[in-house]
Design a protein around this ligand. Structure first.
Ligand code: TMP
Length: 238
């Protein structure tokens, strides 16, 4: 597989073309942003943690029947993925109150829900990724009704699989954000990443935060939290 020119640089990843039209190479950076890019920084080693963790989780999800963009891990920071057209929706599943949910509804963080919730944000940096409901997503032609149904089904399946997986590792999966894409044939696959950047992970015993909230909220111990999650998932030291 030959790496060709850069297609795109995002906040946390670069994407390169390859000699195959259907495949791209994603390269994970240590750059971190929060609040729609307002807060900027670096988290040493984050690119390696997110690449390796995301790839392990995508492979687990494939086995459990959720199709993903994952093809092959190329190196510590680089992965070969299927080219997709991203559905411009951030799909957020929550098991426990935290973050914008707690703020919006004026409740404390850490209240477990009887049933997981799902919500969508419209992926649009200029608008600050506003919350959107499925009727508005349809009106804006961001996805079809059938695609939204498929996305919801996969998102809850991801939650079932990952909640159980992380609990075994002594981690509570509080909430997370997914992105989906369309392959050439129109089918929906899980894309982007699943990492401490995109999930809230709390230690099951102490409720210590082991995710990007340490960076967002200036809690310190950011690199250590990513390294701890890496160790639990891979069994290796970061
Ligand atoms: P929220 O509580 O701030 O809405 O975040 C919900 C989840 O989504 C949390 O696990 C962090 C993740 N997330 C992203 O991956 N990207 C984002 O831009 C935001 C705001 C949240």
């Amino acid at each position: 597989m030959e790496k060709r020119q850069q297609l795109y640089e995002g906040k946390a990843k670069k994407v390169f073309l390859t000699d195959s039209e259907d495949l791209l190479i994603v390269s994970y950076k240590d750059d971190a942003t929060a609040f729609n890019g307002l807060k900027k920084g670096q988290i040493a080693g984050k690119g390696i943690v997110n690449n390796r963790m995301s790839n392990m989780l995508m492979q687990l999800l494939e086995k459990e029947g959720v199709p993903t963009h994952f093809v092959k891990e190329l190196s510590e920071r680089e992965t070969l993925v299927k080219k997709v057209k991203i559905v411009p929706l951030e799909v957020i599943v929550r098991n426990v109150s935290a973050g914008s949910f707690a703020k919006r509804y004026g409740v404390e963080e850490g209240i477990p829900f009887d049933k997981p919730t799902i919500e969508f944000s419209y992926k649009c940096d200029e608008l600050g990724d506003p919350l959107i409901n499925s009727y508005h997503a349809l009106a804006l032609k961001l996805a079809t009704e059938k695609e939204i149904e498929t996305i919801k089904k996969y998102a809850f399946k991801v939650n079932d699989v990952l909640k159980a997986y992380f609990l075994e590792l002594g981690v509570r999966l509080i909430d997370f954000k997914l992105e989906f894409g369309r392959l050439n044939d129109g089918s929906i696959v899980l894309a982007d990443e699943i990492s401490p950047d995109t999930c809230r992970f709390w230690d099951a015993k102490t409720n210590e935060k082991l995710d990007k909230d340490r960076f967002r909220r200036d809690l310190g111990g950011v690199e250590e939290a990513y390294a701890e999650m890496f160790k639990r998932v891979t069994g290796e030291k970061a």
